[in-house]
Design a binder for this molecule. Structure first.
Ligand SMILES: Nc1ncnc2c1ncn2[C@@H]1O[C@H](COP(=O)(O)OP(=O)(O)OP(=O)(O)O)[C@@H](O)[C@H]1O
Length: 282
């Protein structure tokens, strides 16, 4: 074995670590068939994807192609008909606090305050921590999303953007390894959406959490992701192509939009979604 600046064992260890980092989350040969009144309905057919630790991956595809079905298998709320989804070499068979989901419709408990919505999650996952420790975690995460002042408000008293900040803070407060976002900003106005994208990038940078995010917005994906996974149309959808997004981080929206590569990538993705994914299906 060739050695460079070190012993054989050092190189073997670094190779192992590289291998492990690349195989952090593995989706392998996944098919999903739903039984329906009209017979079996194949939603996903042969989906394979490897996600590195701390990677930010966006998933795009036409409505109904099976994006949520796929991410629900990562969260453990759904299971593949064939194939396997593994996190750090362990098959995912059920939901767990190592994988947290954030949905478009926030899913906050309306009768609890902002503070208590997060506290409930922290208390459930860390029952042995003291009350003071749990309150400190909640405060830290409220501050992270700029909502310290809104701690005592009920969800009905805050805006959609604030609700989504609470949902993100709640998801991160239990320190998941994977953050799964299902169109999290789909219901927000354009300005709030851009603000939250910036905040999400900052949080991701600080927490180094692995992110899987469904979006319908190519610009959002180009701003946020390391890779954009483009799915073919359903039924029997699969991953058509994966686009590497090369922009340096930290990203500046204006700067990347001035980069000629931006429009090449954007046009490439649009072409895939509106022309080639249909062709692939044929
Ligand atoms: N439990 C189920 N039984 C039968 N069919 C289902 C079930 N769940 C989802 N489907 C169907 O599977 C397909 C994929 O649904 P899914 O929600 O995963 O798509 P999606 O790409 O996330 O859609 P959207 O972008 O509109 O949210 C759809 O045709 C849906 O109707």
């Amino acid at each position: 074995m060739q050695t460079v600046n070190g012993t054989n064992s050092e190189i073997q260890i670094s190779q192992l670590q590289t291998h492990k980092a690349e195989d952090f989350l593995v989706i392998e040969g996944v098919n999903k068939i739903y039984p329906t009144a009209d017979g079996p309905y194949t939603v996903l057919d042969g989906v394979n994807l490897k996600v590195r630790e701390s990677e930010f991956v966006c998933i795009i595809g036409h409505s109904g192609c099976g994006k949520s079905t796929l991410l629900n298998m990562v969260s453990g709320f759904n299971t593949p008909t064939d194939g396997v989804v593994m996190l750090q070499n362990k098959p995912i068979t059920e939901p767990g606090p190592d994988r947290m989901m954030v949905f478009q419709n926030y899913c906050l408990l309306p009768w609890l305050s902002v503070f208590d919505n997060i506290y409930l999650a922290v208390d459930t996952v860390f029952p042995r921590k003291t009350q003071a420790e749990k309150r400190a975690i909640v405060k830290e995460h409220l501050a992270m999303v700029g909502l310290t002042e809104a701690a005592d408000k009920k969800p009905s008293q805050i805006s959609g953007g604030m609700k989504q900040r609470v949902a993100i803070a709640r998801a991160l407060s239990i320190r998941p390894q994977v953050l799964i976002l299902d169109e999290p900003f789909g219901a927000l106005d354009a300005i709030t959406r851009e603000e939250l994208q910036e905040e999400l990038l900052q949080i991701w940078r600080e927490h180094r959490v692995t992110v899987l995010m469904i979006t319908h917005d190519i610009d959002e994906a180009l701003f946020l992701a390391d890779r954009l996974v483009m799915m073919t149309n359903g039924p029997a959808a699969r991953i058509g192509e994966v686009l590497n997004i090369p922009f340096a981080r930290p990203r500046n929206r204006r700067r990347i939009m001035e980069d000629p590569q931006y429009y090449n990538l954007r046009n490439y993705a649009l072409d895939f979604l509106y022309r080639r994914c249909a062709h692939l299906e044929e």
